[in-house]
Design a protein around this ligand. Structure first.
Ligand code: DGT
Ligand code: CA
Ligand code: CA
Ligand code: ZN
Length: 599
């Protein structure tokens, strides 16, 4: 976890606190602005502080600079701690419910005296909140629904929050003498969109628990040690995530990795296979009687069970064991019978890699709600080694995101083309992220869409539609001949907003018929398509795009989460449109536009 992120989150949280406490709104806005600047700043804030540049940064005033220095010195900001003391934690928690913002939380607290989630739940049920100003039955019903949804997700964190923490601690542990290897396992290694707790394994044949205890105890991110033993150390981080560290000896390393990666359902299958072979599988190894026949490597465990090694993201008991069995025994006929969409009947699973991605086809600039210019986005994409990038700002209905009117879009297309002429070594596509309106029509006229190289159609509003309406809407957009890809098709936000719940197989079939691609939005708050939807698209043979939806140059790194989600849906390189070369992509786009001409 970088310092920039930590401080940024602290400022953001403090802005929420100020807003609830009714602090002057200029101060709240200024605090949010600092949070955003820190989040998007490509340079490390510690460096900026020590070089003195912090004091000259636009948007960061003298007071904020002093607070940042205080954090760097002490790991906290006293003024913010004081604010936190004035607001009950339940009131802050309320604000995480979608549709219940700062204003409503303040209203519920000040006017209705609600300070806990339990109380909120009770008062939503007894109808007494209807007396509050501005609270209609419809609004309260929405809050109730969203509350029920976020409760179901309670205590799980987004993968984007958990992964940096896990990497940080693995690095810390790796530096301890006597520790041979470290890795994270569990849901995080499987690339799930949310993480309950972080499971870390360290490999060592020497006693290292004392050193681990010392290193962890000193770490500023650690809030509370929960358990300290010789083979297991657990603690809770400042951001309230539990981390379990387990020490494993070399001969059991692979068995432990396999066991603690899970999933539980996948492990049950494997243990069944072991039993059939009269073997016993546990976290120490695979045993015939008392003799270990595998355990040092994960591959060894799978092989001894008659299975090809299975990428962690696929270990969800969704057919992967059958796949692995047929791959290892080179049974292409059985494999194709079980999984007709795997026409190539692979004998090993070539896992999709981040390095396979050759461009980003969904990015925003300052023309709408991004923070960088066209030239900056293009330069950053080129620096990543990308062969192409599509600039895709919002369309006119997205007024809160500064969406482009028709005239502004024409100017923007010209500006994108101007940048494209200037830079070499990367293709720049002039695109747009066009709103799919509630009825499935698009936010720009066809004549305007024809002027674009690349059209994403995404839903942003009316996301509480019933299934039927949502299906009709998305099918209509997916059937539009000028659309290249459906962007974040459901509009869900992980742990926060359910989004549309269309009949996904029908949307996928519509995309297949019309030749439209589907996006895996890699932003860890979206991951939309989700893993199960990806699998539908892969089975149907609909091409996918993994895009970051970058609003700044830092966001390009979110691609990792999109690739993990793609792997969870069994997508391989050939399924992903933006693993193709620029030339191949252009061919695909041309074929797509011909379908428009034949209309
Ligand atoms: P999470 O933490 O809720 O996001 O999900 P996981 O999958 O990381 O689950 P966790 O942390 O409870 O356990 C990590 C792995 O350890 C799990 O995927 C499989 C294995 N495991 C844990 N408890 C059991 C168990 O009772 N039976 C079996 N077969 N495996 C278990
Ligand atoms: Ca876990
Ligand atoms: Ca665990
Ligand atoms: Zn977007």
């Amino acid at each position: 976890m970088s310092t920039n992120t930590d401080i940024s989150e602290l400022f953001e949280k403090s802005a929420d606190l100020m807003a609830v406490l009714g602090v002057n709104s200029f101060k709240v806005l200024a605090t949010r602005k600092v949070a955003r600047l820190l989040r998007d700043c490509p340079r490390n804030v510690e460096e900026l502080a020590s070089s003195g540049e912090l004091d000259n940064m636009p948007g960061i005033g003298q007071h904020s600079a002093e607070k940042i220095r205080e954090y760097l010195r002490t790991g906290n900001i006293s003024e913010f701690q004081q604010l936190a003391g004035e607001v009950p934690p339940g009131v802050l928690a309320m604000m995480n419910i979608s549709g219940l913002g700062v204003k409503t939380a303040a209203l519920f607290w000040r006017e209705a005296g609600i300070t806990t989630m339990d109380e909120l739940r009770r008062r939503l049920d007894d109808g007494s909140l209807l007396n509050l100003p501005g609270m209609g039955a419809k609004k309260l019903a929405k809050i109730k629904e969203n509350l029920a949804y976020s409760t179901g997700q309670a205590n799980r964190r987004r993968i984007g929050e958990a992964l940096p923490i896990a990497r940080d601690f693995c690095q810390l542990l790796q530096a301890i003498p006597g520790i041979v290897r470290t890795t994270f396992c569990g849901s995080l290694r499987r690339g799930r969109e949310t993480i309950g707790d972080i499971d870390i394994l360290v490999c060592s044949d020497a006693p290292v628990h004392q050193q681990i205890h010392t290193a962890v105890g000193r770490h500023p991110q650690v809030a509370q040690l929960l358990a300290v033993g010789e083979t297991k150390i657990s603690f809770r981080t400042n951001l309230d995530m539990q981390v379990d560290i387990r020490v494993v000896p070399t001969p059991s390393w692979g068995a432990a990795m396999q066991y603690f990666t899970g999933s539980k359902e996948h492990n049950v299958r494997l243990r069944e296979m072991a039993t059939v072979k009269a073997l016993k599988l546990n976290e120490w190894g695979l045993f015939a009687g008392d003799t270990a026949i595998a355990g040092e490597t994960e591959e060894g465990i799978y092989e001894a069970l008659g299975l090809a090694w299975i990428p962690p993201e696929m270990r969800e008991d969704r057919g992967e064991v059958t796949l692995a069995q047929n791959m290892l025994s080179h049974a292409p006929a059985q494999l194709k019978a079980a999984f007709p969409f795997l026409a190539d009947a692979p004998s090993t699973w070539q896992t999709l890699q981040v390095a396979d991605i050759r461009g980003d086809l969904h990015t925003h600039t300052i023309a709408s709600d991004g923070t960088c210019t066209i030239a900056e986005m293009v330069a950053a994409a080129k620096h990543r080694g990308y062969e192409y990038i599509a600039i895709t700002d919002h369309s006119k209905s997205q007024f809160q995101a500064n969406g482009l009117s028709s005239q502004r879009l024409l100017d923007h297309i010209a500006a994108i083309h101007a940048v494209a002429r200037e830079v070499h070594g990367i293709r720049v596509l002039a695109g747009a992220e066009v709103d799919i309106l509630a009825d499935g029509s698009l936010d720009y006229e066809d004549d305007l869409l024809r002027k674009l190289d690349w059209v994403i159609a995404s839903p942003h509003a009316a996301l509480s539609q019933e299934t039927d309406a949502a299906t009709t809407r998305l099918v209509r957009a997916a059937s539009h001949p000028l659309v290249h890809v459906l962007g974040h098709p459901t509009g869900r936000l992980v742990g926060k907003r359910r989004g549309l719940e269309p009949d996904m197989p029908r949307v996928v079939m519509a995309a297949l018929r019309s030749g439209v691609a589907l996006e895996i939005n890699a932003n860890d708050m979206r991951l939309d398509l989700r893993d199960t939807h990806v699998r539908l698209a892969v089975e149907a043979g609909v091409p996918l795009c993994i895009n970051t939806d970058a609003h700044s140059i830092e966001d390009f790194s979110q691609i990792d989460y999109g690739v993990l989600t793609a792997r969870r849906g069994w997508a391989r390189k050939a399924n992903i449109l933006n693993t193709r070369s620029g030339v191949q992509l252009e061919q695909w786009m041309q074929a797509r536009r011909q379908s428009d001409e034949w209309r």
